[in-house]
Write a protein that binds this ligand. Structure first.
Ligand code: CA
Length: 373
């Protein structure tokens, strides 16, 4: 991995999906297979641009975009080249969605909750507080009808979405105040995005909007008392352990954030079917790689934080329970006046509730039985 300067690391920092139907569709008839061969023989070449919400070569996230471009190039025998732009290189990070809609770039990568302001339904395809973890998100998106709904919702915006990675369970954040009861959130100035910020407000806290590059200084100077970021890998590189007293778990606000590729629908539909299949397959490969990379690197960087004698604490159960109640209220407010968001949430929530029965019987029991040495 390329080493990043702090400046590059900060630059451009702002604030899931393949299913069985894909496999069935891609099998096709004999005629389709012959047509595909004709497409390959035609050898038409494509040069696409990818805009992302991440700084260039950003660990795991930007690197996954680079891998996507490399794998598509290899799988297509050089017929498709994708140039990856970090946030701010071609357009600002949060303009990626509209840039791909307009066709100024053919493909983008980001997290669907970034589009919450213009499309509240989108966030359910990234993460909501107390939501599903990475494995559960994959189950909903890939096998539980999530992808079809996601494609329908983005289709109205001229986009085709695919799952593009997952951060895994995030950490609860860095605090300069101990959290022992829910009252400790009163007056707490914290950088936390999305619905999590509404939850914090309900607990009496004050969410503060800071760009990635401003968080370290904000925490150091007391502009904020706390911040969430991602997990040990990225948080260590940000240097938060040098200026914050406590590192809290779990990341109740982001249990498994799914990342996304979104492709201009018209451009996608103009592609030969084998190139469409290559893009879908590369997206799935990145979806798998990115979560693996996060897990492996977080393990290594957690050790570094432990060596640095960071005070790692767990939010008390009573605190989490109260945050969960506030979260239910916040989500109901979020979907109250938006039928599309309501539909996305209901699909998400129905799947989550059914899956919870299975997970409680298996993984929960298994994890509870583990002895950590
Ligand atoms: Ca986060």
């Amino acid at each position: 991995m390329k080493k990043l300067s702090r400046k590059t690391f900060f630059k451009g920092i702002a604030l899931g999906t393949l299913s069985l139907p894909f496999a069935i569709r891609s099998c096709g008839s004999q005629n389709t297979a012959q047509n595909n061969n004709a497409n390959i023989i035609s050898g038409k070449k494509y040069k696409w641009k990818m805009v992302t919400t991440w700084p260039p070569d950003f660990p795991a996230l930007g690197e996954g975009c680079n891998l996507f471009a490399k794998w598509v190039h290899e799988m297509s025998g050089g017929r498709m080249e994708i140039q990856v732009f970090g946030g701010g290189e071609l357009v600002p990070p949060l303009e990626a969605f509209n840039t791909v809609r307009s066709g100024a770039a053919e493909i983008g990568h980001g997290a669907a909750y970034y589009w919450r302001g213009m499309l509240p339904a989108a966030q359910f395809f990234a993460s909501i507080p107390f939501g599903m973890n990475a494995q559960q998100m994959n189950a909903w998106i890939l096998s539980g009808g999530g992808l079809e709904l996601w494609q329908e919702i983005y289709g109205a915006y001229g986009l085709v979405p695919f799952p593009g990675g997952n951060t895994g369970v995030q950490m609860g954040g860095w605090f300069n105040r101990a959290i022992e009861t829910i009252d400790d959130f009163k007056g707490l100035k914290m950088r936390i995005p999305g619905i999590g910020s509404n939850v914090l407000k309900k607990a009496g806290g004050a969410p503060v909007l800071l760009a990635g590059g401003e968080i370290y200084t904000g925490l150091e100077r007391g502009v904020i008392d706390a911040t969430e970021w991602i997990g040990p890998y990225h948080d260590y590189k940000m240097g938060f352990h040098q200026i914050a007293k406590y590192y809290y778990t779990p990341g109740w606000h982001e249990a498994g954030t799914m990342l996304e590729f979104f492709i201009n629908k018209q451009k996608f539909e103009q592609l030969e079917s084998d190139l469409q299949a290559i893009l879908r397959t590369a997206a799935l490969a990145v979806n798998h790689w990115m979560l693996s990379e996060f897990e492996a690197q977080n393990t290594i960087y957690l050790e570094k934080l432990i060596e640095a004698k960071v005070d790692i604490r767990r939010f008390p159960d009573e605190v989490l329970q109260q945050l969960r109640i506030y979260n239910e209220e916040a989500i109901m407010e979020e979907i109250a006046n938006d039928p599309l968001a309501k539909r996305a949430y209901e699909s998400y929530d129905n799947f989550r509730k059914k899956l919870a029965n299975w997970s409680s019987l298996t993984e929960k029991v298994f994890y509870n039985s583990l002895q950590v040495e």
